[in-house]
Design a protein around this ligand. Structure first.
Ligand code: GLA
Length: 387
């Protein structure tokens, strides 16, 4: 991969001497969905696919970007001064947002850069291609300019730029998983205080499988922001009757007792999901520690039902994938993963059932929706690196 980027760099900018290449991973979330902006727990892991960035400093203050995923756009140019979001900047709004957010914290770039970027996360799959682009940019800035930031800072800066530069009010999960990933481990993160713990996730006799629906519905970002504000309003209503900071502070029983404070039925369902999903996530990690994979799988299934019926972030295609997965012998659990409205499912499948899973789910999906699904066995990787 490094050679491929260096070759492109040479072709575009004349020479690849003194070029550094960086990588940051995408992520898949096992359980704990739409809990990260509700003060709850998440349980994601970093993938071995992600975003690569080849860079070299320039003598002037220009920035030149090139993506091997959007070759038609060619080299996009701007400058390190006066960075602001613009439609014409296309995908470069992500790395530029990170540079802007670093500058806002006093980390000033003293010269420009030539860059070549390549990502091998399938587009629109919900496996965090944007977070990996933000994290690889932050990691590169730290290495190139000697900015004193930790990987957690890089995650927070990435989230800040996505919220404030790109207008997507995401939580911290994706950037945290990318920046703090650890091979063969998932990250049990409490988003209320960013305390975290690594849990080994190599399953005896089973594998984690991602199924890509290859659909991405429109208005994903605006629906996401809408869910977020519904949850926030529900929290304010609950705060009138119980002293909590976030929905993550509530147990299921407390929610059931106080839920009538939420005046609207839809908001009540949203809040119920956030509370119950957080508790499911805590229980799922306990189950994993006790080697109770069957319980982990049941909690994944319950997570899907809640995301489908209460949080309403699934879609027909994803429901078909999950429904068909549940029918296959040897499937321990299956659910939608990521922000929703398309993208991927994540399943735990016994080794001997993997071929049947691909065949049965693949065929039924095509028959029922007319689309083709892609399958990947998950390889859990590390956080960002210099290649
Ligand atoms: C997207 C967001 C995350 C998280 C998930 C849902 O991936 O970027 O912060 O909210 O959706 O769990």
């Amino acid at each position: 991969m490094k050679e491929k980027l260096l070759e492109k760099f040479r072709e575009l900018y004349g020479s690849a001497e003194g070029v550094s290449v960086y990588f940051a991973p995408g992520r898949v979330n096992m359980i704990g969905e739409h809990t990260d902006y509700n003060g709850g727990h998440v349980f994601p892991c970093a993938l071995t696919i992600g975003t690569y960035m080849a860079v070299k400093k320039r003598q002037d203050r220009k920035l030149r970007f090139y993506s091997m995923n959007f070759e038609k756009l060619g080299v996009l140019e701007s400058a390190i001064d006066g960075i602001e979001p613009e439609d014409a900047a296309e995908w470069t709004n992500y790395p530029k947002g990170v540079m802007w957010a670093f500058a806002g914290r006093g980390f000033l770039m003293d010269c420009g850069l030539d860059m070549v970027i390549y990502g091998n996360i399938p587009a629109g799959s919900g496996l965090s291609s944007s977070a990996s682009l933000e994290v690889v940019t932050g990691f590169m800035l730290k290495e190139q300019y000697g900015f004193a930031v930790s990987n957690i800072d890089i995650a927070l800066i990435g989230q800040y730029s996505e919220n404030n530069f790109n207008g997507m009010n995401c939580g911290i999960m994706d950037q945290f998983a990318s920046a703090m990933g650890k091979k063969d481990h998932a990250i049990f993160l409490n988003t209320a205080d960013l305390s975290y713990e690594y849990a080994p996730l190599v399953l005896d006799g089973a594998k984690i499988l991602i199924t890509n629906s290859n659909v991405k519905h429109k208005l994903v970002d605006s629906k996401y922001n809408e869910r977020r504000s519904e949850s926030e309003t529900a929290l304010q209503e609950l705060q009138e009757v119980i002293g909590i900071k976030t929905l993550g502070d509530l147990s299921e029983e407390q929610f059931d007792t106080y839920q009538s404070a939420i005046k609207d039925e839809i908001r009540r369902k949203r809040a119920k999901h956030a509370v119950y999903e957080n508790r499911r996530t805590i229980r799922a990690v306990e189950a994993l520690k006790n080697n109770d994979i069957a319980l982990f799988g049941e909690l994944m299934n319950a997570s899907h039902v809640s995301l489908r019926d209460d949080y309403e972030v699934s879609c027909e295609e994803i429901d078909v994938l999950v429904d068909e997965a549940w029918k296959v012998d040897g499937v321990i659990g299956s659910r939608i993963t990521g922000g929703g409205f398309g993208g991927c499912t994540v399943s735990i499948v016994k080794d001997e059932a993997i071929d049947a899973f691909r065949q049965q789910v693949g065929a039924a999906y095509t028959e029922r929706t007319g689309n083709t699904a892609d399958f990947y066995v998950v390889d859990i990787g590390d956080g960002p690196s210099v290649l």
